[in-house]
Design a protein around this ligand. Structure first.
Ligand code: GLC
Length: 397
């Protein structure tokens, strides 16, 4: 998969007010991104998933009270139905995509997602000279989201996203990458077990298989120094594809890892008309209706991942999948439903790409769900059915 530049949404929403500069604190008053992003109760105490749901059964083990392997499996159940908060904190500055707000988090919770993946461009918020200090105001901003989501009972993935220099110049950038993880890990070391770190989104280009293997091992050591018990998420190079798993060698003794892969196949379907992919205009009109052959290809791909997971004994998180909004609605709905179902059939947790930008399941202006799409992800969502809006709203976007 070849991606040439960032997806920049045209959506511009009012910027959020500045946060105060306190460090991650566990017990404070009203949670709100706009105010201080604080908590009313100890995070780990909160009931955060319907324990009876088959997809989330076992999520209670996402707790420091459980041994590492069980914790990783439990935390992967906490990620059962995740929504990516894409194009929000992973743009060079905020406001180039949808601006993260309290509502996004409460709406995600209300719809029935169990977790949010915060895709964050940390490198754009840190000094270029040692010690590569991360902007404290930005930490506050992320804290607000982490605390509000946690207070609502959502698990959180803190992901290092769009770190372009790591792909173009991994050797010279590595020191800074590790210094960023050092700070992030220290900062969130007291966060509940339901807050997980994802080492790096889609390593690619010069950060190939071998180089990523070395960098990943160094990053794991760096993070483990302050977070020996936190569940961490890693994927393979290049691009977190399923094929990259074959070359991913994880430290055998660290059983507290979740393995991620991204699925956008066929790329001509999912990325038709995507401005950041060369030649994607020519793919416009590529349909996917779930023919026997299409389903078989999907099934075979996921069976490969499941087989790898079985041998390696690692829980699997499908960290991104989705179809760009330039595709026709029937294609988007059929593909998304089929992929989500395959993930669940194989016991993978999943995260749809993404909430409110150009793959979005939520209209960032009206805050209405695009219900047919939401239905493919969360068929039993409480916001569907009686409250459902007309299909037309989805077509009109
Ligand atoms: C990657 C990119 C994101 C893009 C998505 C689909 O995660 O980071 O910007 O929209 O894949 O291509």
């Amino acid at each position: 998969m070849k991606k040439l530049c960032l997806a920049l949404s045209t959506v511009l929403i009012a910027a959020c007010s500045a946060m105060d500069s306190e460090r991650f604190a566990m017990e404070v008053d009203e949670p709100s991104l706009q105010s201080k992003g604080r908590l009313s109760a100890p995070l780990a105490e909160k009931e955060f998933l319907p324990p009876t749901h088959p997809l989330t059964a076992g999520a209670h083990a996402c707790s420091f009270d459980y041994p590492p392997q069980e914790r990783a499996a439990g935390c992967n159940r906490a990620l059962a139905r995740t929504i990516n908060f894409g194009d929000m904190l992973d743009t060079p500055t905020e406001g180039l995509g949808p601006v993260l707000s309290d509502e996004f988090i409460t709406l995600a919770k209300g719809a029935g997602f169990t977790a949010i993946r915060l895709t964050i461009r940390w490198d754009a918020r840190a000094d270029f000279k040692p010690p590569y200090t991360i902007d404290p105001d930005f930490f506050d901003r992320v804290d607000g989201a982490v605390k509000l989501a946690s207070a609502q009972g959502l698990a959180v993935v803190i992901d290092m996203h769009h770190y372009a220099a790591m792909n173009t110049a991994p050797k010279s950038e590595q020191q800074r990458f590790l210094a960023l993880w050092n700070q992030i890990a220290q900062h969130y070391r007291n966060a509940p077990a339901t807050v997980m770190f994802e080492l790096l989104n889609e390593p690619n280009l010069y950060l190939g298989r071998d180089m990523w293997q070395r960098v990943m091992s160094a990053a794991l050591r760096e993070i483990r120094a302050s977070n020996p018990d936190r569940t961490l998420i890693v994927g393979g190079a290049p691009w977190n594809t399923l094929a990259a798993l074959e070359q991913l060698h994880l430290p055998f003794d660290d059983r507290n890892l979740i393995v991620t892969f991204h699925y956008y196949d066929p790329i001509e379907v999912t990325h038709q008309g995507a401005e950041w992919v060369d030649g994607s205009d020519e793919w416009m009109g590529t349909a996917w209706r779930g023919s026997a052959a299409e389903r078989q290809a999907l099934k075979a791909d996921f069976a490969d991942v499941a087989q790898w997971a079985k041998v390696e004994r690692r829980p699997i998180f499908l960290g991104e999948f989705g179809v760009y909004s330039e595709a026709d609605d029937a294609t988007r709905l059929a593909w998304t439903k089929a992929v989500r179902e395959q993930a669940e059939a194989n016991g993978f947790s999943w995260a749809y790409w993404e909430l409110a930008s150009k793959f979005g399941v939520l209209d960032p202006w009206t805050l209405d769900w695009r219900e047919p799409l939401l239905q493919t992800l969360l068929p039993q969502s409480p916001v569907l059915g009686a409250n459902a809006r007309l299909y037309g709203r989805y077509d009109d976007r």
